[in-house]
Design a protein around this ligand. Structure first.
Ligand SMILES: [Zn+2]
Length: 336
């Protein structure tokens, strides 16, 4: 491990806060993205942290603030850079999207300097990250209000990108959280586009959108310290963080994401299992009742799984997700 001589001012970790212009508002105000960086004089990995690309997913901002609170003292080598608030208009409006046009920043990458507002913002963010030639990018999100924290790995980016993809999974296993392989085909997220540029990239879904949840901030901060320790950027941890999980769904086992089954009736959802609990195939998950309380449908588990979270709404409609699950290796073969 590389030692640091704190007696020499020039050898200290340098913290720098700045801004990146993104747009001029209708009132001619300049809108900017805050930018944070901490650099050790000792060479090492370059890690980027990004948060609040979805404006209503606010916990990641505070996770980054907490990491920077400790980084001056802890960083042994390399550098950590962050965009703590990528979508200020969405944040201020309490919305996932950027403006009323409902553009989704995390569906706008790699961006376009002459495209829509979202594509222009994505282009600036993406190129700024690429310029630093990062070892790893961690994008912080907050899933459904009632959900456990988990690492989300993008679907396989293809044969040409297997090295960064394997590294991504290897690093994801160090976070101490449930690790979930996405099954949705999302092509324009930040993390997927970084993988296409051969940069390991993970999403941390830290649960509880809309407000800062202190418990989920703790999980996010601890997961990041785990990863920075694994990369040798901070001292090895005496006690690595691990979110309490049943062994078959923890221990770095790669699970697959599923939000099925969907309900087939309109009504009111009564959830019967909690996020973090395990379910067996055929087990009742939720019942859908009508306005008089009469049961319309019982939704049951398609597989043995761990419940990641449940819907933010108790209004059921045919074809809308009710819960999200992590499904284990007994259903899906082992990944790299
Ligand atoms: Zn999100």
């Amino acid at each position: 491990m590389i030692g640091l001589d704190n007696s020499n001012k020039n050898q200290r970790v340098q913290i720098h806060y700045s801004f990146m212009n993104i747009m001029t508002g209708s009132d001619l105000s300049r809108r900017r993205l805050p930018l944070m960086s901490a650099a050790s004089p000792n060479p090492g990995p370059v890690v980027w942290l990004t948060a609040c690309g979805h404006g209503d997913e606010v916990g990641g901002i505070v996770v980054i603030q907490e990491i920077f609170r400790g980084i001056r003292r802890r960083l042994l080598c390399g550098s950590v850079h962050a965009f703590p608030l990528m979508n200020p208009p969405g944040f201020e409006a309490g919305s996932r999207h950027i403006t009323m046009s409902r553009e989704d920043l995390n569906r706008s990458f790699p961006g376009n300097p002459r495209g829509s507002l979202g594509e222009r913002m994505a282009d600036r963010i993406f190129n700024t990250i690429l310029e630093a030639a990062p070892t790893l990018v961690l994008d912080l999100h907050n899933d459904w209000i009632e959900s456990i924290p988990f690492v989300l790995v993008d679907r396989n980016p293809g044969d040409l990108h297997q090295e960064p993809y394997k590294k991504t999974i290897q690093i994801g296993r160090e976070a101490g959280l449930c690790i979930i392989l996405d099954t949705e085909e999302i092509n324009k997220s930040l993390s997927f586009n970084l993988l296409l540029r051969d940069i390991p990239s993970l999403t941390l879904e830290l649960g509880k959108s809309h407000v800062v949840s202190e418990s989920n901030v703790f999980y996010g901060v601890e997961a990041i310290w785990n990863i920075l320790a694994y990369l040798g950027m901070i001292e090895p941890r005496e006690n690595s963080f691990g979110y309490p999980l049943p062994p078959e769904y923890g221990s770095g086992n790669l699970l697959r994401y599923s939000d099925k089954p969907y309900g087939s009736r309109t009504g009111i959802i009564r959830f019967l299992v909690k996020p973090g609990s395990t379910v067996k195939k055929g087990q009742p998950l939720a019942k859908i009742v009508n306005a008089f309380g009469r049961q319309q449908e019982m939704v049951t588990a398609l597989h043995d799984a761990i419940v990641l979270g449940h819907s933010d709404s108790s209004a059921a409609f045919p074809g809308t997700p009710i819960m999200a699950f992590g499904i284990g290796d007994s259903i899906f073969p082992k990944m790299p």
